[in-house]
Design a protein around this ligand. Structure first.
Ligand code: X2X
Length: 336
């Protein structure tokens, strides 16, 4: 912990020192804000964010300078969420499922097998379900931009065996992000889930603290998880996305005209990121197979039935309440 904190400070200092152009602009910027996230620099999130911060600097004539801190440079998701709340960082992208540790309703979009495809996802997240979730986030003192960014449909990887049916998950030591919904879902599969922040996933897999993990292909590829995992089972067990969040006080310090420009570019970058990620998730299987991963396509109906049987849907319906569950089912069809 201490070592990673120290190296993170060094990394943050070093990137400011090696970017004189950014620094020159930062000196005349009226608003120098930090945007931090947990993903590798090569993931579309960071490629589009880089373009976005450039576009914001240009259109605001240098008044708003957003500095990018990818790859957990500023700490784990748990750390970054507290920094966002205290104002230590101004922007942060976080999975709704992890944000649910602060705002319980935000994990609802990650309910197992709720969305059959991206059309259904964007209809819900750009529609009533997304609006409902953003309203809950707002009540907690954070601002969520209109367009949620994509993480993708999640697949299970393993170093020990392919997951062919729900029975293969029995006792399976799997890393899940820090989120009650994730733990509950893999307990319903009878697996042995361990909550681990993303920054520690590669080493947890490498040292075999856990056998497996689950993530979309774009992350399995950019975070090089294929180096420490052999099998990839295309379970598509849930969809996940990243809310683009701002500290409310920092957001409100921006004059209205700047808010409009910043929000416009963040949302536009989010739409481009969605297209990039969907393309990667559809095309990466071949690439990962050529790197040695063995793929299989399990029948997902059995996994769904296992969740039903374990009482997973009923339990979460009761937690979210009838209003929220009704909005989810209006988009997903009947779940419980
Ligand atoms: O932690 C993960 O697995 C990740 C990168 O997918 C999220 O941020 C939820």
């Amino acid at each position: 912990m201490q070592i990673s904190r120290r190296s993170m400070l060094v990394a943050a200092g070093a990137s400011a020192l090696t970017l004189p152009a950014t620094q020159a602009l930062a000196q005349k910027a009226e608003f120098t804000y930090k945007y931090a996230n947990n993903l590798p620099v090569t993931h579309p999130m960071n490629l589009r964010a880089k373009e976005m911060t450039d576009a914001i600097r240009t259109e605001t004539n240098g008044r708003v300078d957003i500095q990018l801190f990818p790859n957990n440079q500023l700490g784990s998701d748990t750390d970054m969420l507290s920094q966002l709340r205290s104002g230590g960082i101004e922007f942060f992208t976080l999975s709704g499922l992890i944000l649910s540790t602060l705002v319980p309703a935000t994990s609802i979009s990650g309910i197992g097998f709720a969305f059959p495809d991206y059309d259904a996802v964007w209809r819900a997240m750009d529609g009533d379900l997304g609006a409902y979730i953003r309203a809950q986030i707002s009540k907690a003192g954070l601002v969520a931009m209109d367009k949620i960014w994509d993480n993708g449909f999640r697949q299970i990887t393993s170093s020990s065996k392919p997951i062919l049916s729900p029975a293969d998950l029995k006792g399976f030591k799997i890393r899940v992000p820090v989120s009650p919904l994730w733990t509950s879902m893999f307990k319903a599969f009878d697996a042995a889930p361990a909550s681990i922040n993303f920054g520690e996933v590669y080493s947890a897999l490498q040292t075999k603290v856990v056998e497996g993990q689950e993530n979309p292909l774009a992350i399995i590829a950019t975070a090089k998880l294929y180096e420490v995992q052999k099998y990839c089972s295309m379970t598509n067990h849930m969809w996940d996305g990243f809310w683009f969040l701002s500290n409310r006080k920092a957001w409100e310090r921006l004059p209205k005209d700047l808010q409009t420009i910043v929000a416009k570019h963040i949302n536009a970058a989010g739409l481009k990121e969605r297209a990039d990620v969907a393309e990667l998730n559809a095309s990466l299987q071949k690439d990962l197979a050529s790197k040695g991963m063995l793929f299989n396509q399990p029948k997902t109906q059995a996994f769904r039935e296992q969740l039903q049987k374990a009482g997973f849907y009923g339990e979460w319906k009761a937690k979210y309440g009838d209003e929220a569950w009704g909005i989810l089912e209006a988009a997903s069809g009947k779940l419980a």
